[in-house]
Design a protein around this ligand. Structure first.
Ligand SMILES: NC(=O)c1ccc[n+]([C@@H]2O[C@H](COP(=O)([O-])OP(=O)(O)OC[C@H]3O[C@@H](n4cnc5c(N)ncnc54)[C@H](O)[C@@H]3O)[C@@H](O)[C@H]2O)c1
Length: 403
């Protein structure tokens, strides 16, 4: 199954690490550490192979991918020997990275994205193209009446209005082009009723939001432990220090607020109450792509005895995110091939702020009637069941076909 992976923000750290990783896997130069689709519980015939993935994308930046990869190697994010070995392959991917459309109306820019997706699919003879948003985090979208339904949205765009944030314009273009869409960022993306209805109309699946790779991943493991042991969490405070392009974006108050809101939902929903404390994100340029999270949790046990847990997480953000981007592209492609559409709520395992079921029943996925929850163990069980279902379908010969 030749599968296009169209990365919005294709020259960013997460995108570049994903591309280097996939090319290295294809060349047999590295192993799939961090890719959950290669675990025995999830592996199977429904996934496109790494060799089947073809990369392209949009970016507002023009730095060649090889240069971005060298910078990541200098920073210790990817091995320099891989970047040196993959120079030709990276240059070939560069040919499929298009400048993000600028100028004209939003309708013009959406049409340009649709045309780029169609040309990419045709050029490489792809069975499908999954659009993955790994672009810079945006501030929360300003509400607009055209967000409520696809016909109002189409009318607003036709009238030359600017009604969508960039992540939603890419989702709009993806759905219009018949492509599934994955949002790895906290931006609005497909989370507008008009876009949910548009995805249903085009029978495409979508997934999101905001990859779960660090502090929130730990929260989704530790908070269920406190809940299951009936321990009372009194406060949970976290400070995240990071540099890189993402850190610079998150230094801006509006983008920071969107990210913090996405990180905060986990505790309240797992514990059933919100303990005291906040999550902070601070930009420290020197740290580059390496993030430090310090969390202090105070909790009470039997007879009210006070106790505390502290942890420090030193993660390489792009090295944690990139294998998940590859996993999401493979799973979403398989879901599309199996005729799934609407929000892929069974992919909650990957996200800080997972999509819930769509309001309208018919566009929801097979198990979308249940809320996804935030506890990692439950999310894992749902993902494994979803994968098993897709693999069983992929192993079934088409009706009337040879056994
Ligand atoms: N790394 C992680 O662990 C992690 C986890 C969860 C979410 N994310 C999210 O992934 C996203 C990417 O992170 P990153 O570290 O690669 O950031 P980055 O700043 O290195 O890359 C973002 C890229 O998007 C491009 N861009 C900006 N506006 C664009 C537009 N309108 N159209 C096309 N491209 C555009 C930028 O030029 C840049 O190349 C961020 O939103 C981040 O919050 C990352």
């Amino acid at each position: 199954m030749r599968t296009g992976v169209w990365l919005v923000g294709a020259r960013g750290s997460v995108a570049t690490t994903s591309i280097v990783g996939a090319l290295a896997l294809r060349a047999g130069l590295t192993g799939p550490t961090g890719c959950v689709t290669e675990l025995s519980e999830l592996r199977g015939p429904a996934w496109p192979s790494f060799a089947d993935l073809v990369f392209g994308g949009h970016d507002v930046a023009a730095t060649p991918l090889a240069k971005r990869a060298e910078a990541l190697a200098d920073a210790g994010v990817v091995p320099a020997r891989l970047v040196a070995a993959l120079g030709e392959e990276l240059a070939a991917v560069d040919d499929d990275v298009r400048p993000a459309p600028v100028g004209g109306t939003q309708a013009d820019r959406a049409a340009a994205v649709v045309a780029d997706l169609a040309a990419f699919r045709g050029r490489h003879g792809l069975d499908r193209v999954v659009v993955v948003n790994v672009s810079a985090t945006e501030p929360a979208a300003r509400p607009h009446p055209a967000h409520a339904d696809p016909d109002a949205l189409a009318a607003a765009l036709a009238a030359g209005e600017e009604v969508l944030p960039p992540s939603s314009l890419y989702a709009y273009a993806a759905f219009t082009a018949g492509c599934p869409y994955v949002d790895f960022t906290p931006s609005t993306g497909a989370r507008l009723p008009a876009l949910a209805a548009l995805a249903a109309r085009h029978a495409v699946p979508y997934a999101g939001h905001d990859g779960k790779t660090g502090e929130t991943l730990l929260k989704s493991v530790l908070a269920p432990m406190f809940a299951m042991r009936h321990l009372a969490v009194r406060s949970w405070s976290g400070t995240n220090l990071l540099g890189g392009g993402d850190g610079a974006t998150l230094a801006q108050p509006d983008a920071n607020a969107a990210k913090v809101a996405s990180k905060q939902r986990v505790l309240g929903e797992i514990l059933g109450y919100v303990p005291q404390g906040d999550t902070r994100i601070d930009y420290v340029e020197e740290l580059g792509d390496f993030k430090t999270a310090w969390d202090l949790i105070t909790f009470a046990g039997f007879l009210g005895t006070g106790m505390r847990l502290e942890f420090t997480w030193h993660g390489c953000d792009s090295a944690l995110a990139a294998p998940l981007v590859l996993d999401l592209a493979r799973i979403t492609a398989a879901a599309h091939a199996a005729g799934r559409h609407g929000p892929l709520t069974d992919l909650a395992f990957f996200f800080k702020d997972p999509l819930g079921p769509a309001g309208s029943g018919p566009d929801a996925g097979a198990t979308a009637d249940r809320a996804p929850g935030h506890a990692l163990g439950e999310q894992w069980a749902r993902l494994a069941a979803f994968a098993a279902d897709l693999h069983a379908g992929a192993g079934t010969p088409p009706a009337g076909g040879a056994a």
